[in-house]
Design a binder for this molecule. Structure first.
Ligand code: URA
Length: 280
């Protein structure tokens, strides 16, 4: 293979599989010469966590092939502190979205096309949090619009939920990781204050975490989805409010492991029963 073809194949593998402008833009050249306060830096010291069963990502090679870029530990702590201050200052979802769009502390933003903030109806009784946007979400700027989103819509429909009327949806990570690699610990930490604040402001009665990495990020655990799913967690937000939260398999995992749909159906019924029971 020629060098040009090899470079092209590598770009496609990394997720740069679509032209978004007529002329190329070298975003690294366009960045200021002096390192900015929250400049994306050095690969994270910690390698990305391996994807676990029940996650959106098919575990193996892609993750290993793609080096995890993140923020250096010091930069990561600074980015997370900046994210916490920005998120805490937002009094509405619109303010939070504006703050997120102005935030440069997560290096995933540099390679993504869109900031994927939400879909559905804020204020719904149910809020879903997924892992991270994929290629379709990055292109359209909305969560769960690809194949796994179509399965998610069908699953929601089985229990009378529909993003056009009674569900609000976001992700634990707001930008597509290149090549759909797992986000680094620093990238998760930079997004966490925003998603926590988004949950507070959307104020659902029930929070549903889709997949291992969303569950681990928000519940602050390294437990596998097999043990986390299917039961109610009393999730405490930074404001002190506690929220009935359940984790379940990610729809992308169900597409790869249809044998788990039975367990997923149980989880959906648990959610349905909670919704038809006495209000919290
Ligand atoms: N998978 C996710 O976790 N989120 C999306 O938005 C799309 C796919």
């Amino acid at each position: 293979m020629s060098n040009d073809l090899a470079t092209l194949a590598w770009l496609v593998e990394m997720g740069a599989d679509e032209a978004i402008a007529d002329a190329p833009v070298d975003r690294f050249a366009a960045a200021p010469a002096a390192p900015s306060r929250l400049a994306p830096a050095i690969p994270a010291a910690m390698p990305a966590d391996p994807p676990s069963p029940g996650s959106a990502r098919p575990a193996p090679e892609a993750a290993a092939a793609a080096p995890a870029q993140g923020l250096s530990t010091a930069g990561g702590a600074e980015a997370a502190a900046s994210a916490r201050a920005l998120a805490a200052a937002a009094g509405t979802l619109a303010e939070l979205e504006a703050a997120l769009r102005g935030f440069d502390g997560c290096s995933l933003k540099m390679t993504a096309t869109s900031t994927v903030f939400c879909d559905g109806v804020p204020g719904s009784r149910v809020m879903l949090v997924g892992e991270a946007p994929g290629a379709d979400e990055d292109r359209q700027g909305k969560p769960f619009v690809g194949v796994s989103g179509q399965l998610l819509d069908r699953m929601l429909g089985w229990i009378g939920l529909d993003r056009a009327t009674n569900v609000y949806i976001a992700n634990a990570i707001y930008w597509r990781p290149p090549g759909n690699r797992p986000p680094t610990t620093a990238e998760v930490a930079a997004c966490l204050p925003f998603i926590q604040r988004q949950i507070e402001l959307a104020s659902p009665e029930i929070l549903v975490l889709l997949g291992a990495s969303a569950a681990q990020a928000l519940l602050g655990t390294t437990g596998g989805i097999g043990r986390l799913r299917g039961r109610w967690h009393d999730y405490r937000l930074p404001s002190g409010r506690s929220l009935q939260t359940i984790a379940t398999f990610h729809p992308a995992y169900l597409l790869r492991s249809p044998g788990q749909k039975r367990e997923s159906w149980r989880d959906l019924l648990t959610i349905k029963n909670k919704l038809s029971g006495p209000a919290n």
